[in-house]
Design a protein around this ligand. Structure first.
Ligand code: AGP
Length: 612
């Protein structure tokens, strides 16, 4: 993972780099560092977050028209000052930041050791900067050529920015399988892991392609070439200015802000796709490819984490409405078996960030096999969006909290519309049913606002259970993935061990865990499964489990077998997972806060997982 920010031009680069790194902290936040060129090359790095680096640097001289910065998510080597980037070559002449993994670092390290090199860190990245120096000094190469030759020997993935103190008017950048964006202005160039931190300054960008290197000069000119040293004419793209509000407003965390934004974010996802007057769903990505969608052999959905959970709900919706067989695959597993993908299959890749390495790799495999690929992503211009045949954006704005909340409800809303749209094209849904569900989509933002009123109750539930070590989440049908998602939210931000199960599976094993210390969250908003869920709750209560039931308003549920009952506004059964997930987000948030956890930046995690 890791975030890279750089500047070369006429201004002071340091404040630009620090501002950008703060916007890239979603990619990792265990240590951070900067290198600044101001005649000499100054390097500061520190374990901890970007604001800790800022405090560390604040008494130092930071002016200089070239600056590189890095915020790290550790792969090789623990989070500490030495392993933080930038890394410096043995002579001190070359400095580099890296996002990715150098898979053959051990062999290169042994080779360099025989040449007299020693290492200050445990990272694979330091090996690369030393290797670049070895090429440069052995063959007396210019820095760009040394980088190009060194990269020719590299196995793995990288986005790198390299600074040579003997060439203080330029920097070298290169990328393979990790993103790097160049922002162009008249007499300056910005470098970043995504376009957001750049778009504050310029909207003209180049998304560097795999296998490309570039030399960027301090007068704003550049030269792009590939690893064979062939010149590349880049495509210049205009991105939207990211005028996202990064302020917390009245909230104590981005996660809480994003939970409470959901009426607006779901509205932003749904309303451009619903023609209220005609009562029709409009998805150009499907409307323009009607034949592909109506004749699809099967649909394969790939994603990771929360996006995979959304995919599981999508499976339920598409199979039940559109009568197409759907497989949902962990993207990380998909390409390591021999998945059967035929040319009339559709592969849907779901990703909030659009940069998840596993999902991208699965998507590339699907492209190779000739499937029609369809990305559902949030980040415009992201790598997954650019590698798909068609893309539908979630439109929910930047999601900053590491725990995905507003992206999940938008993913499920979008999948619901996709299922309805395909069903309509194929004629597998009765016209009256279609006409009755579509207006209910437009009611969702209001119902989400009502559901958020459960906040106080969820605080009360959290106060009863935040000191527990374990929790179970149960659901049936489309609420089973909601249970999985509730469990994931809880474990990732509160560090309470939690499991999600299909409710009926409980008796096949997990029931052995139930005692008076086990809170069990039962998502029972789907009325078709209600009587069976009541039986499951009886089984839990008979074993002294503590039961928190989520039911639909107006539904009868025996109070004597529950400890807490949470009512969710009534909606169509297929839409209820969207509402049911919200109090679970609130519970995870409150439990984590009561345990003193950092909900926005939980330990060991990063928002965008760009390594395998
Ligand atoms: C969500 O709360 C998680 N932090 C994580 O599981 C995430 O959903 C996963 O890494 C996939 O990310 P993506 O949607 O950006 O591809």
């Amino acid at each position: 993972m890791c975030g890279i920010m750089g500047y070369i031009g006429r201004k002071d680069g340091y404040p630009i780099v620090i501002d950008g790194l703060k916007k890239l902290e979603y990619r990792g936040y265990d240590s951070a560092g900067v290198a600044i060129m101001n005649g000499t090359l100054s390097l500061y790095k520190k374990q901890g977050k970007v604001n800790q680096l800022e405090q560390y640097v604040h008494t130092q001289k930071t002016n200089g028209n070239i600056a590189l910065g890095h915020t790290r998510w550790a792969t090789h080597g623990i989070p500490n000052d030495a392993n933080a980037h930038p890394h410096r070559s043995q002579s001190g002449r070359i400095v580099m930041v890296h996002n990715g993994i150098i898979e053959n670092y051990a062999a290169l390290k042994s080779f360099l050791t025989t040449k007299g090199y020693s290492f200050q860190s445990d990272t694979d990245s330091e090996v690369l900067v030393q290797y670049i120096e070895w090429y440069q000094s052995t063959y007396q190469l210019k820095i760009g050529e040394a980088v190009r030759r060194a990269l020719g020997d590299i196995e793995g993935s990288y986005a790198i920015v390299v600074l040579d103190s003997m060439n203080p008017e330029s920097v070298i950048v290169a990328k393979q399988d990790n993103p790097l964006v160049l922002g162009l202005n008249e007499d300056e160039i910005y470098i970043a892991s995504d376009a957001n931190p750049i778009s504050t300054y310029t909207q003209e960008v180049i998304f560097l392609q795999d296998g490309e290197c570039a030399e960027l000069f301090d007068d704003g000119t550049y030269h792009i070439y590939d690893l064979e040293n062939e010149n590349v004419i880049p495509e210049i793209t205009t991105v939207k200015c990211c005028d996202e509000n990064y302020s917390l407003e009245e909230y104590d965390s981005y996660m809480l802000k994003e939970i409470f934004q959901q009426p607006q974010s779901v509205e932003a996802c749904i309303s451009p796709r619903v023609d209220v007057l005609q009562n029709e769903i409009l998805i150009p990505e499907i409307d323009n490819h009607k034949r592909i969608f109506s004749q699809a052999g099967k649909i394969i959905i790939v994603g990771c984490g929360t996006s995979w959970h959304a995919g599981l709900i999508g499976e339920y919706l598409i199979e039940s409405l559109a009568d197409i067989s759907v497989e949902v695959e962990y993207a990380s597993e998909f390409r390591y078996r021999s998945p059967i993908i035929r040319e009339n299959d559709i592969v849907i890749a779901i990703s909030q960030s659009g940069e998840t390495a596993d999902t991208l790799a699965a998507l590339k495999l699907a492209n190779e096999k000739g499937a029609f690929t369809y990305a559902l992503v949030n980040t415009e211009g992201s790598t997954i969006a650019r590698h798909s045949d068609v893309v539908s954006y979630l439109n929910v704005g930047v999601e900053i909290g590491v725990a995905s909340t507003k992206a999940f409800t938008a993913q499920v809303s979008l999948l619901t519309m996709i299922a309805l749209k395909i069903a309509r094209i194929k004629g597998t849904i009765k016209y009256n049913e279609y006409k009755s569900i579509v207006p209910q989509l437009s009611d969702l933002p209001g119902l989400i606002a009502q559901t958020l009123k459960s906040n106080d109750l969820m605080l009360e539930v959290a106060m009863s259970h935040f000191e527990k070590d374990h929790a179970l989440f149960l659901g049936r049908g489309p609420n089973f993935p909601v249970a999985l998602e509730g469990a994931l939210k809880l474990k990732e931000i509160s560090y309470i061990h939690a499991e999600g199960y299909p409710a009926a599976e409980m008796k096949h094993g997990p029931i052995a865990l139930i005692d008076e210390n086990m809170p069990v969250f039962v998502i029972a908003t789907n009325s078709s499964a209600l009587s069976k869920m009541i039986s499951n709750v009886q089984e839990i209560k008979s074993r002294k489990g503590q039961v928190i039931v989520f039911k639909e308003e107006g539904q009868e549920f025996p109070e004597e077998i529950t400890d807490h009952m949470v009512s969710i506004p009534k909606t169509h059964e297929l839409l209820s997972p969207i509402l049911a997930s919200i109090p679970l987000q609130l519970f995870a948030y409150h439990a984590a806060k009561l345990r003193g956890c950092n909900v926005d930046q939980p330990r060991n995690l990063a928002k965008s997982v760009t390594v395998e």
